[in-house]
Write a protein that binds this ligand. Sequence first.
Ligand SMILES: Nc1nc2c(ncn2[C@@H]2O[C@H](COP(=O)(O)OP(=O)(O)OP(=O)(O)O)[C@@H](O)[C@H]2O)c(=O)[nH]1
Ligand SMILES: [Mg+2]
Length: 408
Amino acid sequence: MKIRRYLGKNTQEAILKVKMDLGNDAVILNTRKVRQKGLFNMFAKPMVEVLAAIDDDYGAAKERVVKQKEEQPKAVVREIPNPVKEEQTAAVAQSQAPEEPEKSKKITELENKVQSMETMLRKIYEQVQNPGQKPDEALTEEKQPVAERVSKFFHSNLVKNEVESEISDKIINMVNEKLGDSASMNDTASVTYNIISGIIGQPEPIKLREDGKPTVVIFIGPTGVGKTTTLAKIAANFALHQKKKVGMITADTYRIAAVEQLKTYAEILAMPVDVIYSPTEVKEAIGRNSDKDIILIDTAGRSYRNKTQFDELKALVLACEADEVYLVLSATTSGRNIKEIINNYSFLENYKLIFTKLDETLTNGVILNTKMYTGKKLSYVTNGQSVPDDIEVANTDKITKSLLGSIQ
Ligand SMILES: Nc1nc2c(ncn2[C@@H]2O[C@H](COP(=O)(O)OP(=O)(O)OP(=O)(O)O)[C@@H](O)[C@H]2O)c(=O)[nH]1
Ligand SMILES: [Mg+2]
C-alpha cells in the first residue's frame, strides 16, 4: 500500500486532487488542517491535508482511471469507516471560517493530533491483525504479547524508512525497557512516539541578534545539496515576511554560474551580493553590510577529498565568526554517505542541520540517523525547488509520524 498526502484550500479541493492522482480506488485515511508552506505563514489560513492510500498496483489503477474517465465521468472516492469523521468535518468547516479565535485554533490543533494518533493506531491494529499472513505464522504471532507485536511493527517501519538497523534496534530496546510485556497498543505507540520525537528534538530556526549588529549565518555542505537555493529561500522570507534588511555574501567563485545564480536571486529580491575571492576578505564584506539585520554567506560545495579546497572552507568558517553555522544535507543521501559526510564536517564545533529535497524521497530515516550521529539541532527542511515557498521549520511531530508510518 502506498500512502500519499494532498493539500487543498478545503476538503473538496484536496479530495479532487486525490481523485485526479489516484483515481476511484483511493482510500482516505485521514483529513486534517495544516499550516501552509513557508516560514512565516503561521498566521495564514490553514490548508486541508488529506492522507490517501492506494494499493501497490497503483500504476495499473491509474490506467484504469484514465479508461473510467472516458466511460464514466463521475468518480466517487471510497472512504473507510472512520468514527472521528464527523468531528473532522466540523474541524474543517471551522477552518473555513473567516476568523478563528486563538482558543479554538488550539483545540483544533489538539483534535488533529488525537485524530492522527487514532488513525495511526487503527492502521497498526489492522496490520497487527495481519489477515494476509500464513496461518502457522499467524498462530505464533497470536501468542506474542501485544506490546511485542506492536514494537516489531514499528521496528519494521523504521527500517523501511531507512533508519539504520542498529538505531532501530536501539529505539525498540528503549521502548521495551520502558514497557512491560502486558503494555497496551496505545502505551507502546505513545512511548515509541515520545522516544523518537525526543531524539529529533525541538527544531531551532535562525535567531536574530538583539544587540543591533547583523546576525551572520553561513551555509556549508556537499555539492549540489541546495545550499544556494535554501539561502535564497531564507533571504526572501526574512525580507518579505519579516521586513528585515538582508545582505548576501558568496564565497563560491569557482563556478561563474554560481555567482550568477545568487546574483539572479539577489536582483529579484533587490538585495546586494558581495563576492569574495578569499577567506581573508570575508570580514571586510561583513563590515560593508553592517547596516543589515542578517547576512547570509553562501559557500561552494567542497569535496573533502580536495584538501586545499577543504582547508579554504575551514579558514572561511573560522574567519567569518558566524553567529550560526548550518550544515546543509540532502534527505536523499544514502546511509553510508551521510556518515562519511558528517565525519568530514566534524571540524565544525557547533552547527545546526538543514535537510533539503524531502520532496524527492519517501523516507526520512536520514534525519533520525543524522540526529543520532551528531546530536546537533535540526532547523529547516526544504521540500521543492520553488523560492521562497518550499521551506519550513522542521516539524518534529510530522517527521516522527512519517518514521512510524509504513511505506512499502
Ligand atoms: N527537489 C528539490 N530540489 C531542490 C531542493 N533544494 C534545491 N534543489 C535543487 O537542487 C539543485 C542544486 O541546488 P543549489 O542550490 O544550486 O545547490 P548548492 O548546494 O548550492 O550547489 P553547489 O553550490 O554546486 O554546491 C537545483 O536544481 C535546485 O533547484 C529541494 O528542496 N527539493
Ligand atoms: Mg551553490
